[in-house]
Ligand binder design. Sequence first.
Ligand SMILES: [Zn+2]
Length: 154
Amino acid sequence: MSWFPDMGTACMIAHGDHVRAVGWLSDQHPFPTGDTPPEFLARLKEFCRRWDEGLGPLVWDVFMGPHRCELCGRCVASGNIGVPAGGVLFAAPEMIAHYVEVHKYAPPAEFVAAVLSAPLPGTREYAVAVAAFRAVALQQQLGELYRPGQPPRA
Ligand SMILES: [Zn+2]
């Protein structure tokens, strides 16, 4: 899986001023560790369990095949989750729950707070919370289809 810095505005699944990448870990880069609240891990697991229900509201693609954890090789996951918090959308790999539980990864405090307060994918509240991000993603996808000076892709 590709590495992206925590709180950067780009990762494999999304990019833009509203995006905050979280949990795109690699065995090539050190990451912060520590204890996180048990209720955070429980809620994060629920987000990850429902990752496919977030794809429609976020207009995110399903990405190529599963990834294996680079740190232990014992976990395989293929999804991604989007966690809205006001004008910010945290974008994390499904593997993030494994990183927190097994590798003691301590995500940024803003992300912990967002997971605890955001509605879950699959709910009407979630669709409402990500509606603005959905519009941006659609505009980005259109922009990639219709580049100036080039004929539209079929
Ligand atoms: Zn692992």
